[in-house]
Design a protein around this ligand. Sequence first.
Ligand code: ATP
Length: 335
Amino acid sequence: MSKEHNITLIPGDGIGPEVTTSARSVIEAAGVKVKWDVVEAGAKVMDEYKTPLPDYVLESIKKNKIALKGPVTTPIGSGFRSVNVALRQTFNLYANVRPIKTYEGIPTRYDNVDLIIVRENTEDLYAGVEHKIGDYAAESIKIITKEASTRIAKFAFDMAEKQNRKKVTAVHKANIMKYSDGLFLNCAREVAAAHEDIPFEDMIVDAMSMKLVQTPEKYDVLVMPNLYGDILSDMAAGLVGGLGVAPGANIGDDIAVFESIHGSAPDIAGKNIANPTAAILSGVMMLRFIGEMEAADKIDNAIKAVLKEGKVVTVDLGGKASTDEFTEEVVKKIG
Ligand code: ATP
């Protein structure tokens, strides 16, 4: 009998409530006992709390240490640059982990993609140091520190070791940004030197983009500064079927928030057509993180089976199933 877990659930905006409801039902169907603390954030709480990120959200996460989160949009004029960035910075969730994996049955051009993007999550151009210079110029400052670069490189190598991955590639643009990306690269090299068991290489971000499109199967763990991670993870999601199937996690020293790569997708919100796979797989990552390995495997296998059969899949994957129908099919396969 597994123990009960206290987990914060943030349904979020747009398709968030639909896909997190799906993830929640699947996790419960796999027999995991969870006491969900459901807390609302984003556009829907703005009127009442004058902030998209009320204190009760932060308190719930601080208390439970684990959260499953839907996409949260940052309302214009809220005084926030981004709720997501604020959450990552408040809890120092320095590692953004985004596995990109081929699932049989999903129509794509590639067969054997299995890579993990490890994105530094706290600095770079996301540090929010930006200003206007009069009306005709502006500056955004790219901050790269030795501490954060070494920490993310260590995270990538530790993960590679634990998960028996083949190689770590550091992605950068150190030929142009010699100081900032140069520092990131040096830190990655130093950490690599202490992990001789894992092959290491580095690649300039533009070349990396081309190689990922040509031969994604040759890459394994990719570690990079914040902005490149944002861009390459959407691109890499496209290699395996799109944003509907790409999960993610934001991990810090004692708190972790699990969320899909995709945003709130307002174009399809409330229509019961969003693909909940990314949210469910984020839930699978969460279950592995909290030690619920058996339930995680059950769900992963059920997703694999449903996608492989291809009969009950959502519109983004060429099917006709609704979010609910897909969820029911996954639950059925869990048995
Ligand atoms: P953000 O800036 O908040 O990350 P975005 O501009 O990248 O958001 P998304 O909200 O992620 O945009 O959506 C991009 C496109 O992908 C949309 O057209 C949306 O319909 C599609 N999409 C995103 N998530 C899903 C999903 N789970 N199922 C189906 N389609 C999706």
